[in-house]
Design a protein around this ligand. Structure first.
Ligand SMILES: *Cc1c(COP(=O)(O)O)cnc(C)c1O
Length: 752
């Protein structure tokens, strides 16, 4: 049967007569059939990647690419006047992640499958995901993200386990998503849920009764943890996730006829941040139930489990009160107590190493570091900081466990799918080998002086900008000029990522334009990202940006030269639309705070130039492209760490002694702004910047404004800009997640 015949038979009508939804449903069935035909990847040893988040993005386009069917379907649809990309728009994006950490998990599943490594993801099926972001009165509002629609990419299974908590027990159900590698490989993402979840529990916004565990367990990712019930609910979710995972893994091992004493020969578990840390005591508990003695179970589980650290922000290294764990998972407490006793005996002179501290708080990361065999950071600088600062006591006792695995991104999604024109152009220049061997992109360097190629790349960028401009007009109602410089900062809102610094630059630029000084090219500053519902400062920064958008875009004098756009509900689909259209990639975190970043890699791959601090993977980007192809500003991580250690930073001084900084900050509560925004929110934001500014915005503001000004002037030298852009794409191969996964496998998992 031809592809067309297959589709027509699934549709029950000719393609020309089918509606978008019908075409989507038929393609979904086609993908499921083709997946079923592709053998499941198997081997002597299998990886289980346990993660609270999998920010998978839409599946249809990626699956068609990985089945090598995308272009064929695209052509076929065109023949009948249909558009594949508009059919792709029908799919609801799975709302199973929050930001970089969840997206990383999804990239890693794609790469593990592509490298033909047996590797399943394990997580939860959140009914309403994180939340959907809306804007009202220039503020963020959170509503449930109702992404679970039918037909669904998930397949309901009959796999079910009993999970016991202190006060109740629940029966789980497993849902599966096929994970197809590029041209080869077929693994699974297993997501657990319970049938008794009651969506009607959610009344206003995203509020719900946090105590009704059997009804609320999998409603949301990261339920608000600003109160005790919210924190306990997170423990319920985490244990539910790891208990299902552990039971599933041991079941598979028994089915394969393996002796559980040999578990580490057949199973590797990667613990993605501390959310799945309880898998360690849970596995030990289950092995003891199988008759294996405690000390032996500990040793086996240590050889199985490896931990990835994603942040040095103290608030993210989870710790739970002993009493909460005792209430939710009493059966784990003798195990955790025994593990802590082991630590006490081995290192009794160092309280920093204890799992249960003197205040009866349980440190989840300490479980991972003592009872796992590998501890990795996610970029070279980050791993260095872990060794020297944050996790130093652990590095001192376990130097051999520490290793670096610089993050990566899947090129199938972030160039082949997101930027098909560039992808096809590269094919025509280099052949297709770069798609499975990403460093082949470096061969683009031979076109460094080739005007035809440089112009072709520039034209593709321009077309992407035109499409993005249309998208921005449709979705946000803002008209932007495709000939302006697209200056893009899209990521979660957090003070350390310093969107507020970019917003202060917008104010600085507003003054400059008002005083008659303008750039040769207009600039469009594009923001996108969600703030955690209980994170007041981040909400205030979103408010500031939305107010600036209103003020500036409606000022006829300024808007000729400057526009501000805040994309609502930033997600993977929007990332794929906006990143290929970017000229400037804003990576402006306070040095030492961004563990790696991955959007920096996506932008680089798509030919945007980085404006960034020496933080996370920016450092590695700079080493790859060279000083002339990146714009670096701000204090170094050593300087920043020193300022923290010596209490050496005082925002007030910058406000007092720098007239230009003071003017920008004061503008936040100017009459123009107060006519649009909320006086309390803007006032609190301003006060925080002057008196607290924990992430040192004002420290780097001047340096940021200077370098950004140079960069925007440099945009006029298009010959140079096109070369910088080419170099960035050419050197991006290192950041393929295929490379990251190959390293994990070589150093940690040893699957093949
Ligand atoms: C890549 C990605 C992120 C991570 O962005 P950073 O700038 O690295 O924090 C977050 N959200 C989405 C939707 C992404 O695609």
């Amino acid at each position: 049967m031809t592809l067309e015949q297959e589709l027509v038979s699934l549709l029950g009508k000719p393609i020309a007569d089918a509606k978008r939804r019908e075409l989507y449903a038929a393609l979904l069935k086609l993908v499921k059939q083709k997946s079923a035909e592709r053998p499941v990847t198997s081997g002597n040893k299998k990886l289980y990647y346990i993660s609270a988040e999998f920010l998978t993005g839409k599946q249809l386009g990626k699956n068609l690419i990985n089945l090598n069917l995308y272009d064929e379907v695209d052509q076929l649809f065109k023949k009948y006047g249909k558009s594949l990309s508009s059919v792709e728009d029908v799919e609801e994006e799975p709302s199973l992640g929050n930001g970089g950490l969840g997206r990383l998990a999804a990239c890693y599943l794609d790469s593990a499958a592509t490298l033909d490594l047996p590797a399943d993801g394990m997580g939860l099926r959140y009914h309403f995901g994180l939340f959907k972001q809306e804007f009202r009165d220039h503020k963020q509002y959170e509503v449930p993200d109702r992404w679970l629609s039918s037909p669904s990419v998930l397949t309901k299974t009959n796999v079910s386990y009993t999970v016991e908590f202190g006060k109740l027990s629940v029966k789980s159900r497993m849902y599966d998503m096929d994970v197809l590698g590029y041209k080869t490989g077929h693994n699974m993402l297993h997501l657990f849920d319970i049938d008794s979840v009651d969506e009607s529990l959610v009344k206003e916004g995203i509020d719900f009764d946090k105590t009704a565990i059997a009804k609320n367990l999998t409603l949301f990712l990261y339920p608000d943890d600003s109160d005790e019930d919210g924190r306990k609910l997170r423990i319920y979710q985490q244990y539910f996730m790891v208990s299902n995972a552990a039971q599933y893994i041991l079941d598979e091992e028994k089915k394969a006829g393996h002796n559980l004493m040999d578990l580490a020969d057949h199973v590797a578990i990667q613990i993605n941040d501390t959310h799945p840390s309880m898998v360690i005591p849970e596995l030990i508990r289950l092995l003891i139930k199988e008759g294996i003695p405690f000390y032996k179970a500990e040793e086996i589980v240590t050889n199985v489990c490896a931990y990835t650290n994603h942040t040095i922000l103290a608030e993210a290294l989870e710790k739970w009160p002993y009493a909460y764990l005792q209430e939710v998972v009493p059966q784990l407490m003798p195990i955790i107590g025994g593990m802590d006793f082991g630590v006490e005996c081995a290192y009794n002179n160092n309280p920093d190493l204890r799992i249960i501290d003197a205040g009866n708080t349980v440190h989840m990361a300490h479980i991972d570091m003592h009872y796992g065999h590998s501890i990795n950071g996610v970029a070279a600088l980050h791993t260095d900081i872990l060794k020297k600062q944050e996790l130093r006591p652990f590095y001192n006792i376990y130097p051999e466990k520490f290793n670096n695995k610089t993050n990566g991104i899947t090129f199938r999604r972030f160039i082949m799918h997101a930027n098909p024109d560039l992808s096809h152009k590269i094919d025509s220049l280099l052949g297709a080998s770069w798609k499975s061997n990403a460093t082949d992109l470096e061969r683009l360097m031979q076109y460094y002086n080739d005007e035809n190629v440089l112009n072709a790349f520039a034209e593709i960028k321009h077309n992407n900008k035109e499409r993005a401009a249309q998208f921005i007009l449709d979705k946000e109602g803002v008209e932007v000029d495709p000939d302006s410089v697209f200056d893009v900062q899209v990521k979660r809102f957090h003070e350390y990522k310093r969107q507020q610094m970019n917003a202060l630059w917008v104010i600085y630029e507003y003054f400059r334009i008002k005083s008659g000084v303008t750039f040769p090219h207009p600039v469009t500053v594009i923001f996108g990202g969600k703030a955690a519902p209980a994170y007041y400062q981040a909400q205030a920064v979103i408010h500031l940006i939305l107010c600036l958008q209103e003020l500036i875009n409606n000022d006829p004098q300024v808007s000729k030269y400057l526009k501000v756009v805040m994309l609502k509900n930033y997600n993977v689909a929007k990332a794929e639309k906006i990143i290929p259209a970017a000229d400037i990639s804003e990576q402006i975190s306070l040095a030492s705070k961004e563990a790696s970043g991955t959007s920096n890699m996506k932008f680089m791959l798509n030919g945007a130039i980085t404006l960034g601090t020496m933080d996370g993977a920016n450092v590695e980007i700079k080493n790859l492209v060279g000083d002339g192809n990146i714009y670096i500003f701000g204090r170094s991580s050593d300087e920043v760490i020193n300022l923290y250690n010596t209490n050496g930073y005082h925002a007030e001084d910058y406000y007092k002694y720098h007239e230009s900084i003071r003017r920008c900050i004061d503008f936040i509560t100017s009459p123009e702004m107060l006519a649009i925004g909320d006086a309390k929110l803007l006032g609190d934001l301003k006060d925080n910047l002057i008196h607290k500014d924990w992430f040192m915005t004002l420290l780097d503001l001047e340096s940021y404004c200077n370098v950004k000004e140079t960069m925007i002037y440099d945009y006029s030298d298009q010959e140079r800009w096109k070369r910088m852009s080419l170099v960035n794409t050419a050197k991006a191969g290192f950041f393929s997640s295929d490379r990251s996964i190959a390293e994990y496998n070589r150093d940690i998992w040893h699957l093949k």
